[in-house]
Write a protein that binds this ligand. Structure first.
Ligand code: WTA
Length: 704
């Protein structure tokens, strides 16, 4: 580790050294049946035809009132799509399919225990359940259009039913991932001002029946601390008639949904015609600073965008059996398990449990049994299934025609296993790049029209025009081999409307950096900053490097360094904390915490354990750090800012980069010796990083 030059290649050098992967072409059998086979599509969605091109997506929906203005830019960057239009999202996902496919399964739910029967819910049955639940929300809870409701639900069919029931009434739902802690849920309840929490007593995960209702009490406690009083808690029961939680039901506040529903049997609730611009839901995600942000998605623009991208990029046909193996607690599940697929009237599969339970053949058994045609998951799941059961897919007679990867960069060799072994060489793959904020895909190949390239998501999708800017807002040309900040030149219907309750933060985080004139009402002056580093090859395909802000992507779950650090300093002994990503074989990235102790406190394994426990309590198990390093001090700039990229370099055994701007450069070497010696001793030294990974670690935290 002496050759300075080799240790610290510039981004340009890194990019130049990347091996360009060759193209992989879609099979003829896929092309023969694809939705998107007309190359004229690209012309129709070119920048010259913006924004009117998106009419094509909006026309996939049924409108109560057609809109008069496709895009209103008068209050930038708060874009308004399909202004004047009215529609109901639930009607579009359920009612309108009753004529042609009432008896087709809308949802197929696979419980985790293999001894339990799979449940098929037809469009007619879904309609009935949604109506009854909507009646309960309206009449028992007193909820109206514009009210917010928080769900803390795992992968059970009650979740999409509840989402659609809210949509039917124009109630804004805010689903919190079931794996998040009660405290994390409480913070989101308070931020959204929800008076009703919808939860479940228990669910299965890895063979264990998890007591979930316990988290509701923690959530309500936290919400109360933050000034919001939850009035009603609706509790589903995982096993009909049995309450499987140790937490008592609170009289007057908690109610079993199945009991209350008896009063609403066969109720019919008219869908409320909502303005296209009415919010449909909030989805909280981690940001650079402060608390999670409630991304507010619209009704008309969002639904049009997920329907359009589901049609062309997921290649969904009503007759498909489509399985998106993600959690509805994330944006992927909202857009590509529930709203997109159901808007198109297909059959969407949901699985309750863990990918490798009871063995790594499970997903392929499900696929075989249900005749899944279209499969969608994240690199972290693919890596895990490859590690634990590389030969498993070959043992089952399923046949996929289309597969998706989403959520993190996929390594070319993982991509090849997905293609050759999971897809049996017969399925086309789309590597879809996008974010919670975006509603739907931003980068992907059009599966029948553009070849795949392992490790690259492809070009911008229809109507999305990405560009890479350097720090001086100069365009980084395609094929230059240089990395920079990927942005989108134009608005699109799926973009979120604002951060709930924080419009200034919305403008600041996503638009301020490259805005050319804050007064301009020309959308061309407002590129959207994604917060990812990327490089564009000469053919226009993008390779996403990962986050350049202070967000760590663990197994496709975004965790903000600030949240991890705030959780750590709830431990009395801790004075300061910094979170950094480390490259992890299975999860892509894992979290390592660096903490400094208050004066007079001595380091101990107990303190390390307390930090882990605090993170699990405040955020959830997924955020548990891989290591907690108690260090004498943090490397800081003269203005007192912790240089996370320096310690990220130490954790990953990459170059720490320029330390000349530090107020205490001598600390770097001390920390490096301490941490790297411990990693040698524990046998947790990472394998050599790829150039992409090095670039990501070196850029970590470079965008504020
Ligand atoms: C990363 C998930 C590379 C990226 C839909 C982004 C990806 C963050 C890809 C958003 C991909 C997502 N290739 N990186 N195909 N898809 N990412 O909000 O860093 O949970 O900014 O949305 O995941 O994560 P989020």
């Amino acid at each position: 580790m002496t050759a300075q030059f080799e240790e610290q290649p510039s981004e340009a050098q890194i990019a130049v050294h990347w091996r360009e992967e060759g193209y992989v072409y879609p099979p003829a059998s896929f092309i023969a049946q694809a939705n998107g086979t007309d190359a004229g599509l690209f012309e129709r969605f070119s920048l010259e035809n913006f924004p009117e091109c998106f009419k094509e997506y909006a026309d996939l929906l049924d409108w109560d009132t057609y809109w008069h203005t496709t895009l209103d830019t008068s209050n930038p960057p708060f874009w308004r799509w399909f202004v004047g239009g009215r529609l109901n999202a639930c009607y579009n996902c359920v009612d309108r399919h009753l004529r042609d496919r009432a008896n087709q399964a809308a949802l197929i739910w696979v419980p985790e225990p293999e001894s339990e029967a799979t449940v098929a819910i037809t469009y007619r049955e879904l309609w009935r359940r949604v109506n009854e639940f909507a009646a309960l929300l309206r009449d028992y809870c007193g909820l109206r259009a514009g009210d917010r409701v928080t769900f803390h639900l795992p992968m059970v069919p009650e979740l999409p039913v509840a989402m659609l029931a809210c949509a039917r009434l124009g109630i804004i739902h805010s689903e919190v991932f079931g794996g998040f802690s009660g405290t994390a849920c409480g913070g989101r309840i308070a931020d959204s001002g929800s008076k009703v929490l919808i939860t479940i007593d228990s669910y299965y995960r890895n063979g264990e029946l998890i007591d979930h209702k316990a988290k509701a009490d923690e959530a309500i406690e936290e919400a109360r601390k933050e000034g919001v009083e939850v009035e009603k808690v609706l509790v589903f029961r995982r096993n009909p008639g049995q309450y499987c939680s140790l937490t008592p039901m609170r009289l007057g506040r908690d109610a079993f949904v199945d009991e209350v529903l008896l009063d609403y049997k066969d109720a019919v609730v008219e869908p409320v015609s909502m303005p296209a611009e009415a919010p449909l839901f909030l989805m909280y995600t981690s940001g650079t600073t402060g608390k999670p942000k409630g991304c507010q998605h619209s009704t008309g623009g969002y639904l049009a965008y997920v329907a359009g991208t589901s049609k062309y990029y997921q290649d969904i046909h009503p007759g498909d059996t489509y399985w998106c193996f993600a959690d509805i607690g994330w944006i992927t599940g909202h857009s590509y398990i529930v709203y997109g697929p159901l808007a198109l009237g297909t059959t969407s599969v949901m699985y309750e449990g863990a990918p490798t339970f009871p063995d790594p053949g499970r997903p392929w058994r499900i696929a075989e049994r249900l005749g899944v045609t279209t499969f969608h998951t994240a690199p972290t799941t693919i890596r895990m299934l490859r590690k634990l059961g590389p030969e498993e897919p070959a043992k089952y007679a399923y046949r996929f025609k289309h597969m998706t990867t989403v959520g993190e960069p996929i390594e070319p060799d993982v991509w090849r296993w997905y293609h050759d072994v999971v897809g049996k060489g017969e399925a086309v793959i789309v590597d879809t790049w996008w974010q919670t904020e975006n509603g739907g895909f931003l980068g992907s190949t059009m599966p029948a029209l553009q070849p795949m390239k392992p490790g690259s998501c492809g070009p911008g999708v229809l109507g999305i025009h990405p560009v890479i800017y350097d720090e001086n807002a100069e365009e980084v040309p395609a094929g230059s081999g240089k990395a920079g900040n990927i942005c989108i030149r134009n608005p699109w219907p799926g973009i979120f409307q604002t951060i709930w309750g924080q419009p200034e933060r919305f403008v600041q985080t996503y638009y301020a950096k490259y805005n050319r004139d804050p007064k301009s009402t020309d959308w061309r002056d407002w590129p959207y900053l994604a917060g990812d580093g990327a490089v564009q090859a000469a053919d226009g395909y993008f390779r996403i490097l990962g986050r350049v802000d202070d967000v760590i992507n663990v197994a496709g779950h975004r965790l903000g360094t600030k949240e991890l650090e705030s959780a750590s300093i709830t431990v009395d002994e801790i004075a300061e904390a910094a979170a950094v990503p480390v490259v992890d074989d299975l999860r892509g990235r894992a979290v390592e915490m660096y903490v400094a102790l208050k004066p007079g406190i001595t380091a101990s394994p107990e303190i390390e354990a307390k930090v882990s426990a605090a993170i699990e309590r405040e955020i959830g198990k997924i955020a548990r750090p891989k290591a907690v390093w108690i260090v004498p001090d943090m490397p800081k700039t003269r203005s007192g800012k912790i240089m996370r990229r320096v310690i990220a370099g130490i954790s990953n055994f990459t170059a720490v980069g320029d330390t000349t701007t530090l107020a205490n450069p001598e600390i770097v070497e001390d920390i490096r010796k301490q941490v790297q010696a411990a990693k040698y001793a524990r046998g947790t030294v990472p394998a050599e990083l790829t150039p992409e990974q090095i670039a990501e670690i070196q850029a970590f935290g470079s965008v504020e």
